[in-house]
Design a protein around this ligand. Structure first.
Ligand SMILES: Nc1ncnc2c1ncn2[C@@H]1O[C@H](COP(=O)(O)OP(=O)(O)OP(=O)(O)O)[C@@H](O)[C@H]1O
Length: 242
């Protein structure tokens, strides 16, 4: 088990954003968390990444309690690719990658990682000297993913990577997640785009106003009438007419 969360509670002031959540990710798995706006998805990822303090509950990473500070969490092997493609707009693609690799001690390893990112995203290689703010939305997302990978994570946390991207680009980027996973990286992805997230993952959790209301194999959730109605845009009437 790479990640095990037990009875996690997180508050934003008076708002109880995560309510007694239990969740786990096995080594090598891709796990999705789906949920509507305000369900608590970002809060959950930020808490794992050490950006938000938990109120109580336990987060174990490879069997040990996670450190509280975000840079220590990163050093342990957990990288977060945050919502909204946060790249350093006034730096080049290459310089952004350097920022992502700041924890790496040796330049030799660092250049190897940059090459691995370029191999995964050839478009970043083509645009390596371009200022990040002038990249397209999809390219900025690739850069945000590439930068997070520079720390060589064992567990990759992805916050709404499909947000604002055209459907074809979403497919292209989600295919990259499969490649990243095949390199031995476990993935926990949160998404409003339930269909893509369920098709990518092997297991999933449904979060609603801070509660896990359903969990199971993603293919079962894809076929679950309640999930189809609430998250996949299918109406009961349509299905009855099929
Ligand atoms: N910094 C904050 N201060 C106060 N309340 C917050 C803060 N951040 C989040 N919340 C509240 O916590 C709840 C969960 O928010 P969160 O951003 O985790 O949801 P989400 O599922 O990621 O939503 P979205 O899909 O819209 O990004 C919401 O009710 C939100 O208003």
């Amino acid at each position: 088990m790479i990640l095990k969360i037990t009875d996690l509670n997180v508050f934003h002031g008076p708002i109880h954003a995560i309510k007694k959540v239990n969740l786990h990710v096995k080594e090598g798995e891709i796990v999705a968390i789906i949920g509507a706006n305000g369900a608590g998805k970002t809060t959950l990822l930020n808490t794992i990444a050490g950006l938000k303090k938990k109120t109580d509950g336990e987060i174990l990473y490879q069997g040990e309690p996670l450190p509280e500070k975000s840079h220590e969490v990163l050093k342990k092997g957990i990288a977060l690719c945050p919502e909204g493609r946060r790249v350093f707009g006034n730096l080049t693609v290459y310089e952004n990658l350097i920022m992502g690799g700041y924890l790496m001690k040796y330049k030799k390893d660092f250049e190897k990682e940059v090459e691995a990112v370029y191999h995964l995203f050839p478009r970043l290689h083509e645009r390596r000297n371009q200022i990040a703010s002038t990249l397209s939305g999809g390219e900025q997302q690739m850069l945000a993913i590439g930068r997070a990978l520079m720390s060589k994570p064992r567990l990759f946390l992805l916050d709404e990577p499909s947000l604002g991207l055209a459907p074809l680009l979403v497919q292209e980027i989600f295919n990259k997640f499969i490649e990243i996973n095949q390199m031995g990286v476990s993935i926990l992805i949160v998404e409003q785009n339930a269909k893509h997230a369920l098709m990518l993952s092997s297991r999933a959790y449904v979060l609603q106003t801070g509660n896990v209301i359903k969990e199971g194999p993603s293919k079962n959730l894809l076929n679950d009438p309640q999930i189809q109605e609430a998250y996949l845009g299918k109406r009961l009437k349509d299905r009855q007419n099929q």
